[in-house]
Write a protein that binds this ligand. Structure first.
Ligand code: APR
Ligand code: ZN
Length: 251
């Protein structure tokens, strides 16, 4: 299986990766639908929605501050680094991620499409104010705050700049992802349950336009039925094995 996946990747002309929470599991970031994804017994659907934010912004902000703090301490793992290396080798053309954790960027991936936003960004609920807390150097101060965060421009409530259930995805990112998927002759799908749309169309488009689907996941997912090769394995180990085979093939 690994050999087959390595051959497909080494021979591909335009490969892309499509990732979900599972690729960051080994970095210590809990997935959404796994047991560890629960926070104070709340399901993500009860926290990551516009309705939840309207009902109880304190609870939602408490959840996001907790997640921001956890994620800022996380480091990319060998699967993130392997994807960045595949891009430098010219094999991988882009990483399309549903993750908001910034770990692909930290690992060195350059062509990164974030379909669900980024947890280090906040935006105003009234005006067009946006801020990347990592870049502005205000993350510490922000996390230490207990009150609801307010917009420095208009004093309205700030919200995380991520996509919640029932919200549309950022237009530019989604268009770019679909364009890449139509062009790709292979998609490497890593660590996603593949049940959240429209993101989950990405591997389906690759398949429908004649491309190969290589999946890495310790469990079966919504993508497994269309996978040409399914590596039932955690991301770190699978990517390490895959990289050494690919290097053997192209030398
Ligand atoms: N390596 C690879 N995959 C793993 C690992 C691992 N070490 N550990 C778990 N997984 C797999 C699980 O088997 C599961 O299929 O990762 C997947 C995680 O699924 P979800 O928690 O549903 O995460 P994801 O698919 O990214 O969710 C999609 O839903 O909550 C929303 O917006 C949120 O972007 C998120 C979207
Ligand atoms: Zn504002």
């Amino acid at each position: 299986m690994i050999e087959e996946a390595a051959k497909l990747l080494a021979r591909s002309r335009f490969a892309i990766a499509f990732t979900g929470a599972g690729i960051s599991a080994e970095s210590g970031v809990p997935t959404f639908r796994g047991f560890n994804g629960l926070w104070k017994k709340h399901r993500p659907e009860e926290l990551a929605t516009p309705e939840a934010f309207r009902r109880d912004p304190h609870l939602v902000w408490e959840f996001y501050r907790w997640r921001m703090d956890l994620i800022r301490k996380a480091r990319p793992n060998r699967a993130h680094y392997a994807l960045a290396e595949l891009e430098r080798m010219g094999i991988l053309k882009a990483v399309i991620t549903q993750n908001v954790d910034d770990l692909h960027r930290e690992a060195g991936t350059r062509n990164l499409i974030e379909l669900h936003g980024n947890i280090f960004r906040v935006r105003c609920t009234s005006c067009s104010y946006r801020e990347n807390l990592k870049e502005s150097g205000r993350l510490e101060e922000f996390l230490a705050g207990k009150k609801l965060p307010k917009c420095p421009r208009c004093d309205s409530l700030l919200r995380p700049d991520v996509v919640w259930f029932g919200e549309p995805l950022p237009r530019k990112a989604l268009d770019e992802a679909f364009r890449l998927a139509e062009r790709a002759d292979l998609v490497l799908v890593i660590g996603t349950s593949g049940v959240v749309y429209p993101a989950a169309y990405v591997p389906q488009i690759v398949k429908e336009t004649g491309g190969k689907v290589v999946e890495i996941n310790p469990e079966e997912s919504g993508i497994t039925p269309i996978a040409d090769v399914f590596l039932r394995c955690p991301a770190g180990k699978a990517m390490e094995m895959l990289m050494s085979r690919i290097k053997g093939l192209i030398e």
